[in-house]
Design a protein around this ligand. Structure first.
Ligand SMILES: [Zn+2]
Length: 410
């Protein structure tokens, strides 16, 4: 969709709402958004793309995150765009932790319509952002707007947060538009979450290391990551044998200036190494190693399942299990920065729901960047979906030899 210019918050939210309707039509979360420059010119509008053709396509394909990657991709292609502080992202739904981290990492402004009391960064609707660490909290208070909704229904509200940017002449949202934003999401959440239940429990998983080397699943996996299945540990217990693979990916990582080189590995329920990836932050501030690996794995499964027979789909689900049955191993643990907050949110979006009781240590890291107590406090402050439902809690790997192997010079 191409739109020229909008200088009304209401008109902008209405465009986002039409994207949310398109999202519902696609069968994904009914959320839409657009990106405006400092004159109100619409640079891009799009919608949630987590689900396509009834399959999870990309757990990170929320509207805001896609808009931000679009922005950096356009700039990398040589297009002249205003700096992020002059850009406003308008979204039908309060940003989740992943998208808030992405927005803050880039330094964009946000106008949000409907609240999300479970996963939204402003879940308590005070616009104080207690879920964020200090520094990020003040940045959000300056850049996230929740415009007033005039009316007398339950959708009416007083404005909160930062004032919308000055190019907006009209600064309020019409009640019916706000209701549409809320209802488009509510109408889709249940059926999308029901799709998430299609994956196999642990007892039905099969070991991909037992497949013939020319099996289509093994070939697709090795095409994505040639070292797939080259390492194996006890389930959920990475050891020093993983170090060379992490090291190799870290050497390729395009880290931000003030951050260490990062790599993330994905192990399956049997302990097989499936993928190990680095970030591409020279191309986009939000293409961290975790964002890359979780997208790569979801899209590998999607490509193998889309258009396949029911039996073929079942084989993919059995041999390439859902990540919640495996282990993500981060070379470096989270810190207090926006990119780490995005990663924590994206990890939770990847898990989709509570972890199985036998795999509470799904999120492991080798080298800590903050203390375990600080990390626990950060997770305990997150919105209810993260804190209570999915229970985000990264833990350090148990194997000291792996910690030592990554601590010295290469
Ligand atoms: Zn999001």
């Amino acid at each position: 969709m191409v739109f020229k210019k909008t200088i009304d918050v209401q008109a902008a939210v209405a465009i986002a709402a039409s994207e949310a309707i398109a999202a519902k039509t696609q069968g994904t979360f009914g959320v839409g958004g657009l990106m405006l420059d400092q004159h109100g010119t619409v640079l891009k509008s799009l919608h949630n793309n987590v689900v396509r053709h009834g399959l999870v396509f990309d757990p990170t394909a929320h509207g805001e995150r896609q808009l931000i990657d679009w922005y950096y991709a356009e700039r990398a292609r040589g297009r002249v765009l205003p700096p992020p502080e002059d850009i406003t992202i308008v979204t039908t739904l309060d940003p989740c932790c992943m998208c808030s981290g992405a927005v803050l990492a880039g330094g964009f402004n946000v106008v949000a319509a409907a609240p999300d009391r479970i996963a939204g960064i402003n879940y308590d609707q005070h616009a104080r952002f207690g879920a964020l660490s200090s520094g990020l909290r003040e940045q959000a208070q300056r850049s996230f707007s929740y415009p007033a909704v005039l009316g007398s229904s339950l959708y009416a509200r007083a404005g909160a947060g930062a004032a919308p940017r000055s190019f907006f002449i009209g600064k309020t949202i019409a009640e019916a538009t706000q209701a549409l934003c809320a209802l488009a999401f509510e109408a889709t959440a249940r059926e999308v979450v029901a799709l998430f239940g299609a994956d196999c429990p642990r007892a039905q998983l099969r070991d991909p290391a037992t497949l013939a080397p020319d099996h289509r699943i093994v070939r697709a996996l090795k095409q994505l990551y040639p070292d797939a299945l080259a390492y194996r540990c006890a389930p959920h217990a990475p050891d020093a044998g993983l170090a060379p693979f992490l090291r190799q990916a870290m050497a390729r990582d395009e880290a931000a200036e003030d951050e260490p080189e990062q790599a993330v590995a994905l192990l399956d329920a049997f302990g097989n190494l499936l993928l190990c990836m680095s970030g591409k932050r020279a191309q986009s501030a939000i293409r961290t190693a975790f964002m890359e690996i979780t997208r790569a794995y979801a899209q590998l499964r999607y490509k193998l399942m889309d258009g396949a027979t029911a039996d073929e789909q079942e084989a993919v689900r059995r041999y390439l299990g859902h990540p919640r049955e495996g282990t993500f191993v981060f070379a470096c643990g989270p810190d207090h920065g926006a990119a780490s907050f995005m990663d924590l949110g994206a990890w939770a979006s990847t898990m989709e729901g509570p972890l199985p009781a036998h795999n509470r240590r799904q999120f492991q890291y080798v080298t800590p960047r903050i203390t375990a107590a600080e990390l626990d406090a950060m997770c305990a402050a997150m919105p209810p979906l993260y804190r209570d439902v999915i229970q985000v809690q990264p833990v350090q790997v148990n194997d000291r030899a792996l910690v030592v192997a990554l601590s010295g010079p290469p």
